[in-house]
Design a protein. Structure first.
Length: 784
């Protein structure tokens, strides 16, 4: 059966420049407060920010406005991988993720949590990582006493690290007015919306904001324009400005370099050096990146930096050095050194091993991570996939058993655990796990296939048929892996008659009549006079009679109609380059259509010469005797000569049944950009309204497309002057944003449309001026 897909490594691309900054050996107390999760985002952020403010006297404080984006990503060769891209964001609000954050940030204490609104109280589920490990606590306070909630949390945090300053009495104003605006700006900033946060705070008068809000506004402005900002000496604020600089609308490489250099010098914390390395690597300056990481890891107190160094080696093509570093980090975990700081390093090491396709090293790092961070579900999930890849069902089950304990609501984990149990022969457990998956998600058809398989091998064909029927209702295409599983079960469970019955049913649904007959016959012979199989034996005999007869024919009802685009108009005569979608209905006088039909589309000249072809397989819903097909297309060649053509449609099934029909297509004129865009589902929208800039009503006057796009560029010229840098290359070199948009001609727009169509763009909706600007800044290439 098909396995649920892996979590993808989604790249977080950054293009910055940086150099290394000196990293001193002296270390002072440092603390980070992650945003708190809550159904009310302002409430969660307010509690986190007020808790951070209570410790404002700490030597280095990363507040919730920056902590969630402060972890340097793993370098992945052409991109970067943030840790939460594989773990998900949810663990970062509890015990599973707080240790990861501490190691990745290289600070002494990290705080995270969730704020729940229960009855007449706020309940804070707090997680604190300190030098002695992870502490969890639950504190409550009435809705009207948020300050008391923060004070209780501060006492828990203070116990985690003796060097932290005594927490100040918290201030917790009502979440309305200017204070609510301030907290909203914190939410924006924590999500990387630095410009939005700055603009929001600018709407509030100084007198209405607390001092920390004014400092935030200064730092947001300082990140966007360092030359105009008031200088600061605080390491906390310097690092905050540097982190904000990663998210400004118009990134300035020199400013970012200066910001992280100043932060590294002032804070003496390796996270600043690590970011310098990431920024240097993003522009290919691997020497500077290596030097920065060497400084960050000097003394061995920042193991996550060693994982970053491993990723840097891999990005440069030195797989040997990368994997040696991975093995070294795993070995440190086995010896118990660097304890609480190792989870992030091990996670990073496992990602490097995954990038290098080194399954043994990845497995070792993940196994060490499960011991260092036993509440983190990701390593168990990933270990199960690796185990399945090497056909080790026992290891998969051993990884999935804790996974379902950590995340009991995951239908994916229960589905995979059910499969692992099946492979191990624990059939009752397999069915129970798969049933649990379906309870959690009624659309989990993979689990239903597994239930059908277990019931087949345990002699319950009627119950198996019910499960298979539910699966195919959810996904009409018969799953190839489900068929293969039954085929394997024929050998693994040779005495299980129900396997043949289930396999015959799936074969028949696919239109594999001869194979279905063989399995029905085997089932009847094996079942004999067993009363428990009487109903299925009778059904099998009926199917054998039906399958001995010729297959019912396929028919095309009515005429084949050609459309310009999916469910588009009849826009005859068609033009070269148009995408045609034929619409037709296939039917059968038999019990039902085959579950899979193969459709072939062919465009023929009057002399019978083929000039274009298309088509694909189509899945037909179970039980259908008629089905309209309008989802397949054929592209007319851009150099197609005018004239009359035959669009031939052929439909066939695995049982040998066949039908065909045709339509006459008239072709005239030259390729027309408007027709090509409409027929491919390409929708360009207005910047302000988001409305489409063209539609099928313009087909009679296709030149109106260029006019509409030029008008949209002219309307956006003013905004472009502020938002776009000057073009440095290509046909628009030297032009400002306003000159680019306001001075574009019909020829320029036509060149852009040719570029767009040359890339095969289809079924895509986007803002026209954004895409046009990107094309121009890229040098206005003729093709992608």
């Amino acid at each position: 059966m098909s396995r649920p897909s892996r979590r993808l490594l989604l790249p977080l691309l950054i293009v910055f420049a940086a150099v290394a900054a000196p990293h001193a050996a002296v270390r002072a107390a440092a603390m980070a407060v992650h945003p708190f999760d809550s159904d009310d985002p302002l409430l969660g952020m307010a509690v986190a920010e007020e808790l951070a403010t209570a410790f404002a006297g700490v030597d280095l404080l990363l507040g919730p406005e920056v902590t969630s984006g402060a972890v340097p990503p793993i370098m992945a060769g052409g991109g970067f991988v943030g840790l939460t891209r594989v773990t998900g964001q949810d663990p970062m609000y509890g015990a599973a993720g707080v240790g990861l954050l501490r190691g990745a940030l290289g600070v002494d204490v990290v705080v995270t949590g969730r704020v729940l609104v229960v009855d007449d109280a706020y309940r804070l589920l707090l997680a604190v990582a300190g030098p002695t490990g992870v502490t969890t606590a639950t504190v409550e306070a009435p809705h009207a006493r948020r300050d008391r909630l923060v004070a209780k949390a501060a006492r828990v945090v203070a116990q985690a690290e003796p060097t932290l300053p005594r927490p100040a009495p918290p201030a917790a104003p009502e979440l309305d007015g200017a204070y609510a605006t301030y907290v909203t700006a914190l939410v924006y900033a924590s999500g990387g919306l630095v410009g939005d946060a700055s603009a929001l705070l600018a709407t509030v008068a100084d007198a209405d904001l607390p001092g920390r809000a004014l400092r935030l506004r200064e730092d947001l402005a300082g990140a966007a324009d360092p030359t105009a900002a008031e200088p600061v000496t605080s390491g906390t604020r310097l690092l905050r400005r540097a982190l904000f600089a990663l998210g400004v609308d118009a990134f300035d490489e020199d400013a970012a370099f200066a910001a992280f250099e100043a932060a590294a010098a002032a804070t003496h914390r390796p996270v600043a050096e690590a970011w310098a390395a990431v920024l240097a690597a993003s522009v290919g300056d691997y020497a500077t990146a290596g030097a920065a990481l060497s400084t960050a890891t000097d003394g061995g107190g920042y193991p996550y930096g060693e994982a970053l160094a491993a990723s840097l080696a891999w990005a440069q093509g030195d797989q040997g050095a990368a994997l040696a570093a991975v093995r070294a980090l795993t070995g440190r975990a086995l010896t118990g050194r660097a304890g609480a700081h190792l989870p992030a390093a091990l996670l990073g090491a496992s990602l490097v091993a995954q990038l290098a396709d080194a399954a043994d090293e990845e497995t070792a790092a993940l196994e060490a991570l499960t011991r260092q961070a036993p509440f983190l579900v990701y390593p168990f999930e990933r270990l199960s996939f690796l185990a399945f890849d090497r056909d080790d069902a026992l290891a998969a089950a051993e990884a999935l058993a804790p996974a379902v304990e950590l995340d009991p609501e995951s239908d994916l984990y229960w589905t995979n655990l059910g499969w692992a149990y099946y492979l191990l022969g624990f059939l009752e457990r397999s069915e129970a796990a798969s049933l649990r998956a379906v309870e959690l998600d009624a659309n989990q058809y993979i689990a239903l296939y597994n239930i059908g398989l277990v019931r087949s091998v345990t002699g319950r064909p009627a119950a198996a048929e019910e499960a298979y029927a539910r699966a195919t209702r959810l996904d009409p295409a018969i799953d190839d892996e489900a068929v293969k599983d039954l085929e394997v079960a024929l050998t693994r469970f040779p005495d299980a008659a129900g396997v043949s019955y289930s396999l015959a049913r799936l074969y028949e649904a696919e239109g594999r009549r001869d194979e279905a007959k063989a399995q029905y016959g085997r089932f009847v012979a094996m079942a004999g006079d067993d009363a428990g199989f009487a109903t299925q034996v009778g059904a099998a005999r009926e199917r054998l009679v039906a399958l001995d007869a010729p297959p019912p024919p396929l028919e095309l009802l009515g005429a084949v109609q050609a459309r310009l685009g999916a469910r588009g108009p009849d826009a005859t005569p068609y033009h070269p380059g148009d995408r045609l979608y034929p619409t037709f209905e296939v039917s059968t006088p038999g019990e039902q259509l085959p579950g899979r039909l193969t459709v072939t589309l062919t465009l023929l000249t009057e002399g019978g010469e083929e000039v274009a072809a298309g088509g694909d397989d189509v899945v037909v819903p179970s039980g259908a005797v008629g089905y309209v097909i309008d989802s397949l297309f054929l592209d007319l060649p851009v150099d197609l000569a005018p004239g009359g053509y035959e669009l031939r449609v052929e439909v066939s099934a695995l049982d040998g049944s066949h039908a065909e029909g045709s339509a006459t297509v008239a072709v005239a004129g030259e390729p027309v950009a408007l027709r090509r865009l409409l027929s491919r589902g390409v929708v360009m929208t207005a910047l302000d309204s988001g409305a489409p800039l063209y539609d099928a009503s313009m087909l009679a006057r296709p030149d109106a497309l260029t006019d509409a796009l030029l008008a949209e560029l002219a309307a956006a010229a003013g905004a472009a002057d502020d938002a776009l840098p000057r073009v440095t290359t290509g046909r628009f070199a030297g032009k400002s944003g306003a000159e680019l948009f306001g001075g574009s001609t019909a020829a320029d727009v036509d060149a852009y449309l040719a570029y767009l169509l040359a890339g095969g763009t289809a079924d895509y909706r986007f803002v026209f001026v954004d895409a046009y600007a990107a094309w121009a800044l890229d040098g206005a290439p003729a093709a992608p």
